[in-house]
Design a protein around this ligand. Structure first.
Ligand code: DGL
Length: 271
């Protein structure tokens, strides 16, 4: 984490490769209704989940610098892939506290599991990075971890196919990998997966606890701001939205997928 700058009235920057990080923005807004938030969806470069560490890091640093130039007091990397691959570099390059979603999600899983067997699903890049197992073992050294990439989930969610037979079939196929594992906890390690919660729960069975890191991340953001004396105490909250491409599509998806009313989206292209 970098050196804190700024005052309590400055906004919190929230960044994702696209639309999914709105789940984190929503959780932060609910927990801290007085905070001002600036969201950036890097829609010109989404998906991050199939790209290399080098590329994801380059995109992430670019977005972080843009948000920092808006004068923020903290930065939340709401994208799991970016948190897994680029968090360290982002934190080195911006002079505000930086928080990702991996450690909060892993902490919640460590607290939830009873048998120490934890499953993780995420994008190809997140799973290949090993970031979740590392974060989990930092809390629970004896944890046994099963990780599975579910690359089709993101496009299925963006199509609005939460309960569609194609999504059910994809879920059954991917989640078969956990069959003999006896995991009692499963981390939904991608911004889009909470929207498939019902489906994933049905396939995994009622005994498996699903971890959605948005809530836990919001809690960590609150703790961090309070510990630094940076919580905003007065005035109403406010959110401002930026994307790097196709603001209309972002508006439509935000409404359709998350029921988030986005009044205005500003375009900031990097090239
Ligand atoms: N936001 C990404 C994540 O949480 C999912 C979408 C993408 O691949 O960019 O990993």
């Amino acid at each position: 984490m970098s050196r804190p700058l700024g005052r309590a009235d400055l906004p919190i920057g929230v960044f994702d490769s696209g639309i999914g990080g709105l789940t984190v923005l929503r959780a932060i807004g609910r927990r801290m209704p007085r905070e001002r938030l600036i969201y950036f969806g890097d829609t010109a470069h989404v998906p991050y989940g199939s790209k290399s560490r080098r590329t994801v890091t380059r995109y992430s640093v670019e977005v972080a610098r843009f948000l920092e130039a808006q004068k923020i007091k903290a930065l939340v990397v709401a994208c799991n892939t970016s948190s897994a691959l680029a968090l360290g570099e982002v934190a080195r390059r911006v002079p505000v506290p930086v928080l990702g979603v991996i450690q909060p999600g892993a902490d919640a899983a460590a607290a939830a599991t009873r048998n120490g067997r934890v499953g993780i699903i995420g994008t190809e890049a997140t799973i290949a990075s090993g970031a979740y197992p590392a974060a989990l073992r930092a809390r629970l050294p004896r944890a046994r971890v099963w990780s599975v990439a579910c690359p089709l989930f993101v496009p299925l969610v963006e199509e609005g196919w939460w309960a569609h037979p194609a999504s059910a079939s994809a879920a059954r196929t991917y989640l078969k990998a956990f069959q003999a594992s006896e995991v009692d906890t499963l981390i939904l390690g991608c911004t889009h997966y909470p929207l498939l919660k019902g489906l994933v729960q049905r396939v995994m069975g009622p005994r498996v606890r699903l971890i959605d890191s948005a809530e836990q991340t919001a809690l960590e953001v609150e703790r961090l701001l309070l510990s630094l004396g940076l919580g905003r105490r007065r005035g109403p909250g406010h959110s401002r939205f930026f994307v790097s491409d196709a603001p209309e599509r972002f508006l439509k998806l935000a409404r359709r997928l998350l029921g988030v009313r986005v009044p205005r989206v500003e375009l900031h292209a990097f090239d």
